[in-house]
Write a protein that binds this ligand. Structure first.
Ligand code: PLP
Length: 387
């Protein structure tokens, strides 16, 4: 029903991915497959809801109606079988702001915060910006798959006040299993570590996999968890600066609400409210079709690399639209890989080292783009890194 092959010209819309290429890569002619938004149109039912509200010419102070929380409650139950209460939901203008607010709310300078690199780089700044102590439980990369070193996790948790979880994990594409989540959750409960579960990519699950919300595992784990969700990745609404936090525990929720209140970011964005409600109310079919399209882009990339570029390896993605590609067999340094991608392949990817320890030798490629762009990227990769 929806046409994800459609090319939409994004130039000169003040968008980061295309219009900031010169600033980010030093050249404006790269095919941009970096920052995590999609080249697909936001679905028609969201556009229409925004247009309808825009029709009224006054955009003054607004509040979130009950439909805002209820649309989230129903979506999460329908899609992920997790029962929430609407009062558990708080607003945040973004998930990165939420990570930073969590740091300010639940820790003091010098306190330890546990992260699992290679991971989405704002996890590091949400620790370092506030002079907290970064504690790393590096993921173990073995035979093309990422796993958790639980002994190390347990040791490190003893020194941590917070744990920033990425579920699904950006950039390695793992969707943590029930068993893995349960082990991490249990260790956090035993060591009094609050879990900030960044589940922003949770709707973007590839066929054959299942997302399990960390907080859905048990009362004990939920009582220690702040879950961060948003329609921004799922429906390409990042510019709306609208996301939500689910906190069952009243004490943790009150503390977080106070921070939101103190920095005065709780009012949110009028159009973000409208977009979020429309997305969660009408988004099922569009999302199912999107996931098939992304899955096909992954297959295209994986098959091509296997056939034509034996020096590269695509890590099997279980979720997200971000492909994590191992370049280490090329024998090139990260700087050499970057230069070749930019100057020979004219491709703008996200270099692995920005995701911290374990990112060396990797590049992240955004596949939320029409197939012609993926095909073009494959040709470019083959011409530079092919056998
Ligand atoms: C794991 C993760 N968290 C948060 C964000 C961004 O959140 P926001 O734009 O709501 O600050 C991203 C974007 O790529 C992400 O991958």
């Amino acid at each position: 029903m929806y046409n994800f092959d459609k090319i939409v010209d994004r130039l000169n819309t003040d968008n980061v991915k295309y219009d900031l290429r010169e600033a980010y890569f030093g050249k404006s002619d790269v095919l941009p497959m970096w920052v995590a938004d999609m080249d697909f149109e936001t679905p028609d039912f969201i556009q229409e809801a925004i247009r309808k509200r825009a029709w009224h010419p006054i955009y003054g102070y607004s509040f979130r109606p009950e439909a805002y929380s209820m649309s989230i409650v129903k979506w999460v139950e329908r899609r992920h079988h997790w029962k929430l209460e609407k009062d558990w939901i708080l607003f945040s203008p973004g998930i990165v702001p939420a990570l930073n607010m969590a740091t300010l709310t639940y820790t003091k300078p010098g306190d330890g915060i546990l992260v699992q690199p290679p991971v989405y780089f704002p996890f590091f700044s949400a620790v370092n910006n506030h002079n907290r102590k970064l504690i790393e439980n590096q993921l173990v990369y073995q035979d093309g798959k990422y796993n958790i070193d639980f002994n190390d996790f347990e040791k490190k948790a003893k020194d941590a006040k917070l744990f920033f979880l990425s579920n699904p994990h950006n950039p390695v594409g793992r969707l943590w299993t029930k068993d893995e989540l349960q082990k991490m959750g249990k260790i956090c409960v035993e060591n009094d570590v609050i879990i900030i579960a960044d589940e922003i990519h949770c709707d973007l699950v590839l066929p054959g996999y299942k997302y399990i919300p960390m907080a859905s595992l048990s009362k004990e784990i939920s009582a220690k968890t702040v879950t961060c969700i948003a329609p921004s990745k799922t429906f390409n609404l990042a510019g709306m600066a609208t996301s939500s936090l689910v906190i069952e525990d009243e004490g943790l929720r009150k503390q977080f609400a106070q921070t939101i209140d103190h920095v005065h970011v709780g009012s949110g964005n009028l159009f973000g409210n409208v977009a979020s409600i429309a997305a969660y109310t009408h988004g099922d079919q569009w999302l199912d079709e999107l996931l098939n399209y992304i899955d096909n882009n992954f297959k295209l990339l994986g098959n091509f690399i296997e056939r034509e570029i034996p020096d590269l390896q695509l890590i099997k993605a279980e979720a997200t639209y971000l492909a994590w590609i191992d370049f280490s067999k090329t024998g090139l340094t990260d700087e050499e890989i970057k230069q070749k991608l930019l100057n020979e392949a004219q491709l703008g990817l996200s270099p692995g080292p920005v995701f911290g320890s374990g990112g060396e030798g990797f590049q992240r490629m955004n596949l939320a783009t029409p197939k012609v762009n993926v095909l073009s990227a494959l040709d470019r990769l083959k011409s530079v890194f092919g056998a």
